[in-house]
Design a binder for this molecule. Structure first.
Ligand SMILES: C[S@@+](CC[C@H](N)C(=O)[O-])C[C@H]1O[C@@H](n2cnc3c(N)ncnc32)[C@H](O)[C@@H]1O
Length: 316
């Protein structure tokens, strides 16, 4: 029974940390005199952050859908050779889908998700007491801005997972992020990063879309082409034995079930970034829409693919 009380104590500490992190985040926002979000057309974006993608209900649905697609394409939720971790952190956890599944997979572990945006499920749960029962009791969310450092002590976690933050982290900050991730990882613990890159073999219309999205990202300091380099950031930060591989996902009907899922995902991202591209005057809405329609029509002909880059290693 001792473990039960120990876990409750740990959970109380995590809950206290969560409350403090949330209050700090709110205070910073108020001090900056700003709203957390801004609207670009019909899409809501995080204000005052480099993050390129929208942050609204539509995007949350896409991310959940993408999570299931990735679990299928990557044959599981992680690649590192984990053995009974007792503490797991997910950086940029969004709805916490991945983290909650890990909490169920490793019931002996305390799993924490952290994100700049508090998921709606957290606020609904807090105000109504609703939703808490659907969340594993060994999972907690802590709000935080990873660009300001992770709100955890040194050597806190057996496993730290970072997935799809390429559109959130300015290129020059990746080495800082890798050092920060390793700081909170226990010696001998594992770090894992999963990133993507632009669609390839999509034909001229898809190439144009990729170029516009890259342009809009670069204006925010973000480089969507960094995926293949992700392992090197952790290796340079001191991780040992970094392993890296990539998985290429077909996009379009030619790719069967996975191809159909990837098509939905890709066009949801491309459509989601449109207001940002158009608001920056990179191209106009009609040209963008025509390129999207043409790129969709071309998927099978060119056999479009979407790469994912997976890297993991250990803290020395
Ligand atoms: C593309 S989503 C990936 C979500 C999740 N990791 C997954 O794989 O489904 C990126 C997430 O990073 C979060 N984010 C963006 N900038 C951030 C920052 N500076 N600190 C923490 N989280 C951030 C966004 O709110 C969003 O939930």
């Amino acid at each position: 029974m001792a473990w039960f009380f120990r876990r409750n104590k740990q959970q109380a500490a995590v809950a206290e940390q969560a409350k403090l992190a949330q209050q700090t985040q709110l205070a910073k926002q108020q001090a900056a005199g700003g709203e957390q979000f801004q609207w670009l057309g019909e899409r809501r974006h995080i204000a005052n952050a480099p993050y390129v993608l929208p942050s609204d209900d539509q995007e949350i649905n896409r991310l959940d859908f993408q999570h299931y697609m990735l679990r299928y394409a990557l044959r599981g939720n992680y690649a590192a050779p984990l053995t009974q971790p007792t503490s797991i952190l997910d950086v940029g956890s969004c709805t916490g889908r991945w983290a909650m599944e890990m909490a169920q997979l490793f019931p002996q572990a305390n799993v924490v998700g952290t994100d700049l945006v508090e998921p709606k499920s957290e606020t609904v749960a807090a105000s109504l007491g609703y939703g808490l029962d659907t969340r594993p009791e060994n999972y907690a969310f802590i709000q935080g801005n990873v660009l300001e450092g992770l709100p955890f002590g040194d050597n806190s976690f057996d496993f730290v997972h970072v997935r799809l933050l390429l559109f959130a982290i300015p290129a020059e900050k990746w080495p800082v992020l890798a050092r920060e991730v390793l700081r909170v990882t226990k010696p001998g613990g594992w770090v894992e990063s999963v990133e993507t890159g632009p669609q390839r073999n999509g034909g001229p219309a898809m190439d144009a879309l990729v170029q516009w999205i890259t342009q809009t990202s670069v204006r925010r300091g973000v480089d969507p082409l960094l995926g293949p380099r992700i392992a090197s950031f952790y290796a340079d930060a001191g991780a040992r034995g970094m392993q890296a591989h990539s998985v290429t996902v077909p996009v379009g009907r030619y790719g069967g079930r996975l191809g159909n899922m990837a098509e939905v995902d890709v066009f949801s991202v491309v459509g989601g970034v449109k207001p940002l591209v158009v608001s920056q005057g990179i191209t106009d809405a009609d040209t963008y829409d025509r390129a999207m329609a043409q790129a969709r029509a071309d998927l099978d002909r060119w056999q479009c693919v979407l790469p994912f880059y997976i890297a993991y290693g250990q803290k020395a």
